[in-house]
Design a protein around this ligand. Structure first.
Ligand code: SAH
Length: 255
């Protein structure tokens, strides 16, 4: 059995209870290089074999999984944040399917959630944005043309950019061509939830210099949108005048 486990964003106590248990039971752990906090490996049992996938190919990873399976051993494939976000798990699952090896996924706290926590922000403010676009700028990995950042920017929804800190010039150009104003609020959160976490709130036009000045080149989330800095309407759910399934509103208008 292979268990894909979300390690969380970095702080070792941000793994789930289930993930922690699986790590302590694993016979083999294959962890995703520098972005997984090595402190999590202290949870392993003594006999557990550990591999760093930063030095491995997909084939090498799945060969180790198959080997463990043949010996009746349990493997944890430890991914940063949540495995479903830029985790390259589909290709591993497909090979496991071919090899008839069973697997299961234990979700984790994605770094975009840890970034919001670091900034004390809410991505979905009423009347500001009710949508979060999770994306990346095209670099060596292509992005489908319909998802070009300039097209996504035209929605004016909150945007969360992974894997894009080294491409801030390209990113801002695309935002401008999508009609985003240079003064739109922006933020960079470096290593959210780690001890050396850093966060910067600025504007789109200041993003490049802010990252450069702070020496931030990778392991960061970039956030664009008015939710970072603007007024909003209070929620309906907790508004005294709003009737919900559980509570009758005072002078309810929406019954
Ligand atoms: N599955 C992961 C993302 C892996 S892709 C998740 O759910 O978070 C790797 C990218 O994630 C990095 O380039 C960076 O953009 C982001 N990232 C991962 N950990 C981070 C952290 N603690 N703080 C900020 N960004 C992080």
């Amino acid at each position: 059995m292979v268990n894909f486990v979300g390690a969380g964003p970095g702080a070792p106590d941000l793994i789930t209870l289930r993930g922690k248990k699986l790590l302590s039971e694993a016979d083999v752990i294959i962890y995703a290089g520098s972005l997984v906090n090595k402190e999590l490996l202290n949870l392993k049992k003594e006999s557990c074999k550990v591999y760093n996938s930063a030095y491995m190919t997909l084939e090498a990873v799945t060969d180790i999984m198959a080997d463990a399976e043949n010996n009746g051993l349990m493997t944890v494939r430890l991914h940063t944040g949540d495995p479903s976000v830029y985790g390259a798990i589909r290709e591993q699952m497909d090979i496991l399917d071919e090899k008839n090896i069973q697997y299961s996924v234990c979700p984790g706290v994605s770094s975009f959630c840890a970034a919001a926590a670091a900034l004390n922000i809410e991505y979905t403010l009423p009347a500001v944005s009710q949508t979060v676009i999770i994306t990346r700028v095209e670099g060596r990995t292509p992005v489908p043309s319909g998802e070009d950042l300039s097209l996504l920017a035209s929605h004016r929804a909150t945007m969360v950019l992974f894997l894009s800190t080294g491409l801030i010039r390209e990113l801002t150009e695309k935002l401008y061509s999508g009609g985003i104003s240079p003064n739109t609020p922006a933020a960079i959160v470096y290593k959210a939830s780690w001890n050396d976490e850093r966060k910067i709130i600025c504007t789109v036009k200041e993003l490049y210099d802010a990252a450069k000045k702070n020496g931030i080149e990778n392991t960061a989330i970039i956030i664009i949108g008015d939710v970072l800095n603007c007024g909003y309407e209070r929620s309906c759910l907790y508004n005294p005048s709003f009737t919900t399934m559980f509570r009758k509103g005072e002078n309810a208008e929406n019954e």
